[in-house]
Design a protein around this ligand. Structure first.
Ligand code: SF4
Ligand code: SF4
Length: 465
């Protein structure tokens, strides 16, 4: 019997297998030769030492279900759910096992069946993803409340007892909440128009970046304009759907992807620029996400081919002049979905090395996950914290004063951890540092111009008298 035929509706109605169009492909799973090269890079294997919390162990479980030797049980789902989907195993694998898509498919095809999972985690996940993240009005209303709260000074005045009274998940969320900037970035339409544009690009606003870190969008737009790009931010765009796809909600991810495809097609641009690594990785995979949809698959492929991470895009442009110095030691935290999913590692380093005065100090494992992983930090609190603690030790050992990263989830996670630990380490997107260097260059040029003007004026006064 073909093992993939062992699914409900094909004569095994009581068998809990994978169902739906997203079932993991046996051909993908068969690439694994069980060599174990992926084990030492897997954060959950490092933390537990357990084979079933390793990539090889999870692939074995998934293959067992695909081949009809195992059922989807709560215990099996527990092992899959503990995976961060950081995809470090994918870049370590000599056999090119597409672990990311296997895990996404496994989650999507258990979600399609409605298999019972740990109720709190999954109720929370479904609620947050469908009712908040995918609905800009609801999300923005929550951020209005959050902005008022974090800027009121209340978090600093509230003492231990009040915090201890909160449920653990809410307490964790509250402890991690950044002080939100007063004004979110929600600009749409034409957001930058240089005098003689070389290219026309679109900016993905995303669901979180403009609310959590508006300064990253501002820096991105300034740098792109300086490089001669006309920048548009289509008003009809939506959340990219990455969080939904990772959580197995492929239906919601697909409808968000269709909306973005239509919005960015209408913008008629040379490239779609993304400054959140997780969103960029998801948009580059829209073609696969919509592969079963004949009306959208070609359009999805076409859009995916235009998506560029902002660092990848900037590093490919002719270097602009006018960079001023930044006197600091910086260490790079590779966002997993930049290094492992998009395979971009050199661009952030090349950009940082181009900034005068900035010293790049590599940490021991810059491409190991920080434990953020979307909603993982809420639903797998203990493991997320263990992974974060290892990352913070690695960062501190570099002696750097700035951590440069490229994803809002990583920034939030690292800021939360560093804040709790004390100290004055700052977390910045690489594009913010580049923008800061350009602005410092502008300040220095202006100061030089002013001093030349005043010297000329002194000389002319002296010659007149
Ligand atoms: S490195 Fe690749 S082939 Fe080896 S065990 Fe891991 S997934 Fe399988
Ligand atoms: S994606 Fe990350 S956490 Fe999951 S198995 Fe691979 S290395 Fe481990």
């Amino acid at each position: 019997m073909n093992p993939e035929s062992r699914s409900p509706g094909r004569g095994m109605t009581n068998f809990l297998g994978f169902v739906g169009e997203d079932r993991p492909a046996l051909s993908d799973l068969q690439n694994c030769v069980h060599c174990g090269f992926c084990l030492p890079v897997c954060p959950t294997y490092i933390a537990t030492g357990q084979e079933l919390e390793s990539p090889r162990g999870r692939l074995h479980l998934i293959r067992g279900v695909v081949e009809g030797r195992a059922e989807v049980t709560p215990a099996l789902l527990g092992h899959l759910d503990l995976c961060l989907q950081c995809r470090a195993c994918e870049t370590a694998c000599p056999s090119s096992v597409p672990y990311g898509r296997i895990m996404e498919d496994a989650r999507a095809s258990t979600m399609a069946r409605g298999v019972r999972r740990r109720p709190i985690s999954w109720t929370l996940r479904a609620l947050v993803l469908r009712q908040v993240v995918a609905r800009p009005r609801v999300l923005r209303a929550l951020f209005v409340v959050g902005r008022a709260y974090t800027r009121s000074g209340l978090p600093q005045r509230m003492r231990g007892d009040w915090r201890r009274a909160l449920p653990p998940r809410l307490r964790a969320l509250e402890a991690q909440a950044p002080v939100l900037d007063a004004r979110p970035y929600r600009r749409t339409g034409n957001v930058a128009r240089p005098v003689q544009p070389r290219m026309r690009v679109a900016l993905l606003l995303g669901c979180m970046q403009g609310e959590l870190y508006p300064r990253v969008h501002e820096a991105t737009v300034r740098v792109l304009e300086r490089l001669g790009c006309e920048v548009v931010a289509p008003a009809d765009q939506s959340c990219c759907g990455a969080l939904h796809a990772h959580a197995g909600d492929a239906g919601a991810a697909r409808s968000l992807a269709r909306r973005n495809i239509a919005a960015f097609e209408a913008a008629r641009v040379d490239a779609v620029i993304v400054n959140a690594a997780g969103c960029g990785a998801a948009m580059k995979e829209y073609g696969r996400l919509l592969r079963h949809d004949p009306g959208w698959s070609e359009r999805a492929q076409a859009l995916s081919s235009k998506v560029r991470d902002v660092l990848e895009f900037v590093a490919d442009q002719p270097p602009g002049d006018g960079l001023g110095p930044i006197d600091a030691d910086v260490t790079v935290q590779d966002a997993c979905h930049l290094a492992h999913a998009q395979r971009i590692r050199e661009a952030p380093r090349a950009i940082l090395r181009s900034i005068p005065g900035l010293r790049v100090r590599e940490m021991h494992t810059p491409d190991r996950c920080c434990g953020a992983a979307g909603l993982y930090t809420l639903v797998q609190r203990e493991m997320s914290q263990a992974v974060l603690d290892a990352k913070l030790d690695d960062i501190r050992a570099t002696g750097a004063s700035v951590v440069a990263t490229s994803n809002p989830g990583c920034t939030l996670q690292l800021e939360g951890g560093l804040h709790r630990a004390g100290g004055d380490l700052r977390v910045r997107h690489v594009i913010e540092l580049l923008d800061e260097a350009y602005r410092e260059g502008d300040r220095q040029s202006e100061a030089t111009r002013q001093s030349e003007l005043s010297r000329d004026s002194l000389n002319s006064n002296a010659s007149n008298s």
